[in-house]
Design a protein around this ligand. Structure first.
Ligand SMILES: [Mn+2]
Length: 372
């Protein structure tokens, strides 16, 4: 009898101990981690759960934008493309992994949870169909060929019919890649919209003459992340209403470099100008300068202080904070922006908190809104 009782108690204890009771929140989660009710919904579309599937920018749909003519694809209005290219840098390499890093930094962003508490707008659920087209196929062994491949990628992706806009063709936001990649983007915007004003957020001017920076070595070495704006000017892609914003890096020859920069069509807003003008002052200055023109916005992540973006090729201290940059970018909505990029993100130098890629992902989200 005693043995029987012992066995019974032991058995019920084992059975009881093995039983796991979940709280009334379902084990199958809603897309954003919330269960709409306490009933497990086993038919829920698991593909909507963040952090599942392949990483696209902001969990946006992937479209094979480079498919051949015999493969019909979905239409889109704004295409996110990666440009994994970093052999045009003069300091730390690594931005070829920038597109993947920015997508990783954007994993928590999703169209259904993106209403801005500042603007009341949802960047991904307005007029535009925003998609991720993946990365451009660029050789890592020949810069000249790689940049031609990137030119072609822009031509194909911006050459399709837009989904539902006043614009005939889609517009592109590029995830760099070093800053050389902006040259291909500007060639593409020129084909559709002619010369544009560039608002160039950067700590460096990037208008150096190839004769001064790299061109003395070989012709193609002169095409790099410090000369691409000179080349864009030479090719007639820019209006002389362009601006740099956030400049603070020293120049090699104050007279020549700065005169040459003006000759390329640029006006300079320095990093410390923010201390005098305030953020509204900077926004007004930028908007006033490019008024009435079509605008391309290029954000070199090194415009931020290395405290906010350490993972970049040529970091310069004394830069803007992430909040300041986001406020300024938000302030630029309403202009006629025909393309944008966020470049020079080299994730290998980031910290375990992913400071740089989180900032770059958010910059990209706001750039999406600036495209009206
Ligand atoms: Mn740059």
């Amino acid at each position: 009898m005693l043995l029987y009782q012992f066995c019974f108690i032991a058995f019920t204890c084992v059975a009881f101990c093995r039983e796991v009771t979940f709280p009334p929140v379902s084990g199958v989660q809603h897309a954003l981690g919330y269960a709409p009710d306490s009933t497990p919904n086993l038919s829920l579309d698991l593909s909507t759960i963040l952090f599942s599937g392949l990483a696209t920018y902001a969990n946006l749909p992937y479209v094979h934008c480079l498919a051949g003519d015999d493969h019909p694809i979905e239409k889109y209005d704004i295409a996110i493309i990666g440009a994994p290219f970093d052999t045009g840098v003069t300091a730390r390499p690594g931005a070829r992994f920038g597109p993947g890093g920015i997508r990783q930094g954007s994993r928590r962003i999703a169209a259904q949870f993106s209403w801005s508490v500042y603007t009341g707008r949802n960047y991904f659920q307005e007029w535009a169909k925003v998609v991720d087209c993946g990365d451009a196929p660029l050789t890592v062994l020949d810069n000249t060929i790689a940049l031609k491949q990137l030119d072609k990628t822009h031509r194909v992706i911006s050459g399709r019919k837009a989904n539902a806009t006043d614009y005939a063709v889609p517009r592109i936001i590029t995830l760099g890649g070093d800053h050389t990649t902006t040259l291909s983007a500007l060639r593409s915007t020129y084909d559709h919209w002619g010369a544009v004003s560039v608002i160039h957020f950067d700590s460096h001017i990037d208008t150096w003459d190839p004769a001064v920076l790299g061109g003395g070595i070989s012709h193609y070495a002169g095409v790099n992340h410090g000369t691409f704006l000179h080349i864009a000017h030479e090719e007639g892609l820019l209006l002389n209403t362009s601006l740099h914003a956030g400049i603070r890096a020293p120049v090699s020859n104050p007279k020549y470099d700065l005169q040459h920069d003006r000759a390329c069509g640029f006006h300079i807003v320095r990093a410390r100008d923010l201390d005098k003008l305030g953020m509204q002052g900077i926004i007004e200055k930028l908007k006033h300068h490019v008024a009435g023109t079509k605008v391309y916005i290029s954000v070199d992540i090194d415009v931020l202080d290395p405290a906010f973006a350490p993972a970049t090729g040529t970091a310069e201290v004394g830069g803007w904070t992430t909040r300041e940059l986001l406020t300024i970018l938000d302030g630029l909505s309403g202009m006629e922006v025909i393309g944008a990029d966020v470049v020079e993100v080299a994730p290998i130098y980031d910290n375990p908190g992913e400071t740089t890629v989180l900032a770059a992902a958010e910059v990209c989200t706001i750039l999406t809104l600036t495209l009206p």
